[in-house]
Design a protein around this ligand. Sequence first.
Ligand SMILES: C[S@@+](CC[C@H](N)C(=O)[O-])C[C@H]1O[C@@H](n2cnc3c(N)ncnc32)[C@H](O)[C@@H]1O
Length: 258
Amino acid sequence: MTDWDAALYLKFEKERTRPAIDLLARISNENPRTCADIGCGPGNSTELLVNRFPEAHIRGLDLSPGMLAAAKLRLPHVDFEQIDLAHWRPGRPYDVIFASGSLQWLPDHEALFPRLASLLTVGGCLAVHMPDTLQEPIRALMRMVAAGGSWTAKLMPVATSRPRIGSIKDYYRFLATACGSIDVWHTTYFHTLDNASKIVEWMKGCGLGPFLAQLDQDERRRFLEEYEARISAAYPPQIDGKVHLAVPTLFIVARRSI
Ligand SMILES: C[S@@+](CC[C@H](N)C(=O)[O-])C[C@H]1O[C@@H](n2cnc3c(N)ncnc32)[C@H](O)[C@@H]1O
């Protein structure tokens, strides 16, 4: 994938940060000494941790140079590091591992979640939220447009590469050996955006990136035109002309007990 565009991602900062705020509210640890924000992006979620846990040593980890550059500008006193979470092996355990909107990009959750739990101190907390949008029109239409144009061969590997999010039962099972307390829940956010073009803009800042990166300039224009036409039909205007973007989201807060 081409690098993330932090400015594009942050066009919807208020909406994108809301699940991180809700997740943080469910962490009951009083005075963690160490926190890792894994998949910290441009530092919006890291800033919440800094404000909530001012005494803690907080690290932000991400793979994207663009996101890390934005995070460092935003929070110059925080320790940010470029790391692929698929191979993250920190030298010491953490009191809080916070993953806000990042783990949906990583494969094999059955192995990943127990590994993350093993990186906690006893009593430490793993807090995760992931958009669970595979079946939503925003993602289904991306796959449909990808399957129906001259670009199909280029886009099919991308369209089928994104890992599947498991069920609530799955995450409970992945964590039950290490964690005595596991809270898993599902919420749907309905973000009110000005019109269907804003939904396309929203997606350009996240899930559309890997698709557009495969296309030349003309293909990109045609892909976006077709995608936007389908999005307009799938997200009709409300009484005031605005549209509702539904984002089902899975939350997990687990505390290590052994
Ligand atoms: C949607 S952003 C989330 C940003 C922020 N945490 C928030 O709450 O808005 C997802 C972030 O996960 C990062 N990411 C995806 N896969 C990763 C990996 N394998 N290793 C490290 N970071 C990864 C991306 O670079 C991106 O910055």
